[in-house]
Design a protein around this ligand. Structure first.
Ligand code: TNX
Length: 739
């Protein structure tokens, strides 16, 4: 009533107690909340706009359209956009006051950032026939980093231009400004070339795609032709679309490794008798460009096209995961190494990078390379993308390179985002929302001058296991919302709990825009820490409030605080959604046994084998398993105190998403009082093959021993696409349960 009355008087400031405070992600540098509200009558009036902001006004109209807010009115408080060069570039000031909304940017990008904030405010506003009611406030804001990026791999799976635009829309909404387009890899070449049409005629198509995980036992291709590529017109369309949103596109042409598709198209680029094909499986393949003059002539022509298509200052030339097998067996390489006094193939790779950089520089651009380019001496003018942790970035910054941080622990969005067993298959690893949020792109150990080299950071979406658009959206949302805050918000304003409270509003907005989001962060994550008395303290974490659990299938309990599991117990946890339905299926099986915490020799990361936690009913993560090569497992367990034992159970098969190799022989030996190993039990291939389930159990007459030796091996070979030959099957083992 009051509001209508005020409106009818032409007053637009209503003193109504409104919704919670504005929830903006990334959190702005400063928000001052006023006391009142401003009602913008519908249709909204767009106020005088600078000539320089025609494009931003168009975007505003599109944004209003997609939020179903009518505009084009000519009365009442409206929205005005302006530039004020007193503000720094990319900065903006947004005010909701009596005369409406004013967005003033230091430049066009600043205005765009203000528009993104406005969209979030509008999405949370009360909208009625009277208009849009906004809380009065003043936001002043600017980014922390100049480089705020998202990567997308379109080789392993192809995404069409419509999706690329939707992805770019996501970047804009999150105030990000770099789109790193990973256009080439072993599984497909995705960029048209006029000079080299076979790159797409041949290189854009593969004969199938591996089903399941590429390292599964018996992984097979689906045999379905797969591919696609972008024409020059499409690339120009994407570049222009990004430019309107002040987003730079960085194209990546990955050389000299990850080049199977390129060499399949032009075999003369490879070293030796190349049998390269566009790969159907994933991994790291030996196909590599030969460092010949012909290769560099080819690259010069190709990169000239790339430089014309992409107006930005950078071309990413890859340089990651280069297997040197073919270079080791190559006369030309030997001669080059001798002529240039290169000590090893790492230096030859650096020489390759430097020569490629010379080409790129002559085209007026700079290179970016993955951190492996530091394996030899590359010039400091090369920008380094640090992905194998942040060490490469630290080394690079100290050597005077510019650095973009993309460490896999925090920003590999192809990793699992939750540990719940109902999560969709991902490559491996676990990067939960809080892990992304905790990312610190500037390492503390750098000096002030070295810190100046950290341009910013980006997340990478590799798409080996991301086949569809929906999957891609779910992998980046909402992890990129957390990253946006890392990249934008002053570090002292970052707070995960506050972010988690602001997140649902953004999630609702993204859903309304038609995006699919992960719900992994609303499922529980189980953590267990071991106490001195051998019991476990179990903690459940989730952004959902209502967490439930059972132990050993017992009664359902509501989680309120960490609880104790005496020594053994299968914990199962889930959360309850608003409609009461359960979400998530997190599991952790804790087992007590004679070898828990014992000393164990004979394997790397062997402690995982006796840590009292089973990995056999979990998502597959490498650190939870001990891995064994062709020689198999042969470990000795030194029990802390001699104990009576009569069984050994060996976990060999992951419960979820990964099919591991089954041993073909296992045996248990016990050390007798004379210090000799005596066979206690063994199973052969037939006996093991006949077993069901994820574990192999061996029983023997009770004996009191101090040391056990457990041997597991496989004499099987399996076809390896990466090596193009049969190779011995590796074993992954977790938890040797000894009782
Ligand atoms: C390593 S990160 C790669 C990619 C894979 C990725 C999977 C990098 C520079 N190279 O080729 O897709 O791991 O996580």
């Amino acid at each position: 009533m009051l509001r209508i009355f005020l409106l009818s008087l032409g007053l637009v400031t209503a003193l109504i107690v409104g919704p919670a405070r504005a929830a903006v992600i990334p959190a702005p540098v400063s928000i001052q909340h006023g006391n009142g509200f401003t009602v913008l009558p519908l249709p909204l009036q767009l106020l005088g706009v600078d000539a320089a902001l025609v494009s931003e006004q168009q975007l505003l109209q599109q944004y209003l359209n997609s939020a179903d807010i009518a505009f084009g009115g000519a009365a009442g408080p409206g929205i005005g956009l302006a530039i004020d060069q007193a503000l720094t570039a990319s900065a903006y000031r947004l005010e909701v006051g009596g005369t409406g909304v004013s967005i003033v940017g230091g430049d066009q990008a600043g205005v765009l950032h203000g528009l993104q904030t406005l969209r979030q405010l509008l999405a949370q506003a009360d909208i009625s026939e009277q208009g849009v009611q906004l809380a009065q406030l003043v936001i002043t804001d600017q980014p922390r980093f100049g480089y705020r990026g998202m990567h997308l791999d379109v080789s392993r799976h192809f995404f069409d231009v419509d999706f690329i635009k939707r992805y770019i829309d996501l970047l804009a909404l999150h105030k990000m400004n770099v789109f790193h387009w990973h256009l080439t890899d072993d599984q497909g070449w995705r960029l048209e070339s006029k000079a080299f049409p076979r790159l797409t005629d041949v290189g854009a198509w593969r004969s199938g795609t591996v089903v399941g995980h590429t390292h599964d036992a018996g992984a097979m291709s689906d045999g379905r032709r797969y591919g696609g590529y972008y024409s020059w017109d499409e690339v120009r369309e994407v570049v222009a679309y990004a430019a309107q949103r002040h987003i730079m596109v960085v194209p990546e042409i990955d050389v000299p490794g990850h080049a199977s598709a390129m060499i399949a198209a032009y075999p003369e680029l490879g070293c030796g008798e190349s049998q390269a094909k566009v790969q159907t499986h994933f991994g790291v393949f030996p196909e590599i460009l030969c460092p010949s003059d012909a290769t560099f002539t080819f690259l010069e022509t190709l990169l000239t096209e790339v430089a014309e298509l992409f107006p930005g200052p950078y071309i990413h030339i890859g340089g990651d995961e280069v297997r040197k097998d073919r270079w080791e067996d190559c006369d030309l390489c030997d001669a080059l190494m001798k002529a240039h006094a290169l000590e090893d193939h790492g230096e030859l790779q650096a020489w390759f990078v430097n020569r490629t950089e010379t080409i790129v520089n002559a085209l007026g651009k700079r290179i970016i390379g993955w951190d492996e380019i530091l394996d030899g001496e590359v010039r400091p003018s090369a920008t380094v993308m640090s992905w194998r942790g942040q060490e490469g970035g630290i080394r690079a910054a100290r050597a005077g390179h510019d650095v973009i941080m993309t460490p896999l622990q925090h920003v590999y969005f192809d990793f699992y985002q939750g540990s719940s067993v109902d999560e969709p298959m991902a490559i491996h690893g676990l990067t939960r929302l809080p892990d992304v949020y905790a990312f610190q792109p500037v390492p503390a150990e750098l000096s002030a001058k070295e810190r100046g080299h950290i341009l910013g950071a980006q997340a990478n979406l590799w798409t080996e296991y991301v086949p569809t658009e929906t999957d891609a959206e779910r992998m980046v949302l909402p992890r990129m919302s957390a990253l946006a805050e890392v990249l934008w918000t002053p570090v002292e304003k970052r707070n995960f709990e506050a972010f988690a409270q602001r997140l649902p509003a953004l999630e609702a907005q993204l859903r309304a825009l038609g995006y699919e989001l992960a719900d992994s962060h609303y499922k529980p994550h189980i953590k267990a820490s071991e106490n001195d008395d051998g019991s476990f303290t179990v903690t459940l974490e989730s952004l959902a409030q209502d967490m439930r659990y059972r132990i050993d299938g017992g009664a359902e309990q509501r989680y309120s605080a960490p609880f104790t599991v005496a020594k053994s117990g299968a914990v199962n946890a889930w959360t309850t959604q608003h409609d009461g339905s359960p979400l998530g299926d997190a599991r952790l099986t804790l087992v007590d046994h004679a070898a828990r915490g014992a000393t164990i020799h004979g394997a790397m990361h062997a402690a995982a084998l006796v840590d009292g936690r089973l990995a056999t009913d979990r998502i597959f993560r490498y650190p939870e398993w001990a891995s064994f090569g062709p020689e198999g497992m042969d470990v000795v367990i030194d029990l802390l105190h001699p104990a009576a034992v009569s069984s050994v159970s060996i976990g060999w098969q992951a419960g979820v998403h990964r099919k591991l190799f089954r041993p073909t022989a296992v045996s248990v030996l016990l050390k007798n009082s004379q210090g000799e190993w005596q066979l206690a039990a063994e199973l052969d291939r037939e006996a093991i093959a006949a077993l069901d389930g994820h574990r192999i159990e061996l029983n023997f007459p009770t004996a009191t021993v101090g040391e056990l030796r457990i041997v597991a091996a496989s004499d099987q070979l399996h076809w390896s696409e990466e090596q193009s030959k049969d190779v011995p099957s590796t074993l992954k083992i977790d938890e040797l349960v000894i009782r």
